[in-house]
Write a protein that binds this ligand. Structure first.
Ligand code: TRP
Length: 352
């Protein structure tokens, strides 16, 4: 049985970099072969930091486009925008009514904001509740996440248990799927590749920029002709993202002292350029920003609206045992109308 795998992507301003691709996105593209793949653009979550609607919309489109261009297939993946399904906010409210404030006070994100003296909005404080609702609303089995999100999945399970305990067994407890396929991709300074460290190699950057960045990768000062250690070398770690015969030859040359860092860096440039190949041949990749017709509408719509809507996708993509719209909101029924189970009569006609 395919599992339902769900993940949300916050539309932050960056374009996809090697860390995003090898660390997460490639895995989503692979999962669509075997599992029920659910991916959404978490624009409501981004509202905790972005307060510019135009920018948010542009970022959301950009991310959706890049995902589609890199091989996420809208016939096999349900792709949508979080804010298009307001029922999730309804579930978030119900979860908040059975969740103690203490649980949220333990959240890493909230604690970090406090420690840095940042202003904490209720949105930031309640971020884990909305995320739990995202996951629980769609009956996800698995949530592929990086280390930093594991706590959120644990909290999701806690909230689902509080809810089920209070209102009946309605919500499915999800599991985090950690690390498998999540490579640690180093940035050009050797730290984890991340926009916040300014050390990224963009998947769609032009050759000149990439070459310059790659040539600036920090390496040890071992002189030419001496053996180099592939295990501690950032350049080699980046080569390792592209396994194959080449890589083994390179490893041997490192150990034999037959290559210098300059050459190793030069060999890396075409590999990085090639990582974006799927996009260059994709019909989802606009020739220029704003260039193509479909670009006028949101990409998740261009991708095929029926499947872009999670509500409808259930009836179209996954076989006959479909739940209707009404029963999707079973959490609301469980929380507010369970009396209809006890008393026949007028309750039944409007509330079930
Ligand atoms: N919090 C996640 C992040 O910052 C984004 C996200 C929102 C998410 N809702 C989700 C991830 C649901 C997985 C499942 O990366």
């Amino acid at each position: 049985m395919p599992k339902r795998v769900l993940s949300g992507v916050k539309p932050s301003a960056e374009m996809m970099h090697l860390g995003n691709w090898f660390g997460a996105v490639r895995q989503f593209v692979e999962l669509q072969e075997t599992e029920q793949n659910y991916i959404f653009i978490a624009d409501f979550h981004a509202l905790t930091t972005v307060h510019n609607a135009r920018q948010l919309r542009a970022n959301s489109r950009e991310i959706a486009t890049e995902y589609l261009a890199m091989g996420l297939d809208p016939r096999r993946t349900v792709l949508w925008r979080q804010s298009d399904v307001p029922e999730v906010c309804e579930l978030a409210w119900l979860l908040s009514c059975v969740t103690g404030k203490g649980l949220l006070e333990r959240a890493h994100g909230y604690k970090a904001a406090l420690a840095e003296g940042r202003e904490v909005s209720m949105g930031l404080f309640c971020y884990p509740i909305l995320m739990a609702a995202d996951i629980l609303a769609y009956d996800a089995d698995l949530v592929p996440v990086g280390e930093d999100q594991v706590q959120h999945i644990e909290m999701t399970r806690d909230m689902a248990e509080y809810f089920n305990h209070t209102f009946g067994e309605v919500l499915r407890l999800p599991e985090a799927r950690l690390a498998k396929g999540f490579l640690r991709v180093p940035g050009i300074d050797g730290q984890k590749m991340s926009k916040s460290y300014g050390n990224t190699l963009g998947l769609f950057e032009d050759e000149k920029t990439l070459r310059k960045k790659i040539m600036s990768i920090v390496t040890s000062s071992t002189p030419m002709g001496q053996p180099l250690d592939p295990e501690t070398c950032t350049v080699f770690a980046l080569h390792s993202l592209f396994p194959g015969e080449d890589l083994e030859v390179l490893r041997a040359r490192y150990l034999a002292g037959e290559i210098g860092y300059g050459e190793a860096k030069k060999l890396l440039v075409p590999k990085v350029l090639e990582a974006a190949t799927p996009a260059t041949s994709s019909r989802f990749w606009p020739t220029g920003r704003g260039g193509r017709d479909w670009w006028r509408g949101p990409p998740w719509t261009a991708a095929g609206w029926p499947r872009a809507s999670p509500m409808r996708s259930e009836t179209e993509a996954w076989g006959p045992s479909r739940r209707s719209w009404g029963s999707r909101r079973r959490w609301a029924t469980a929380a507010t109308s369970s009396i209809s189970r006890l008393s026949p009569g007028p309750w039944n006609c409007c509330c079930r």
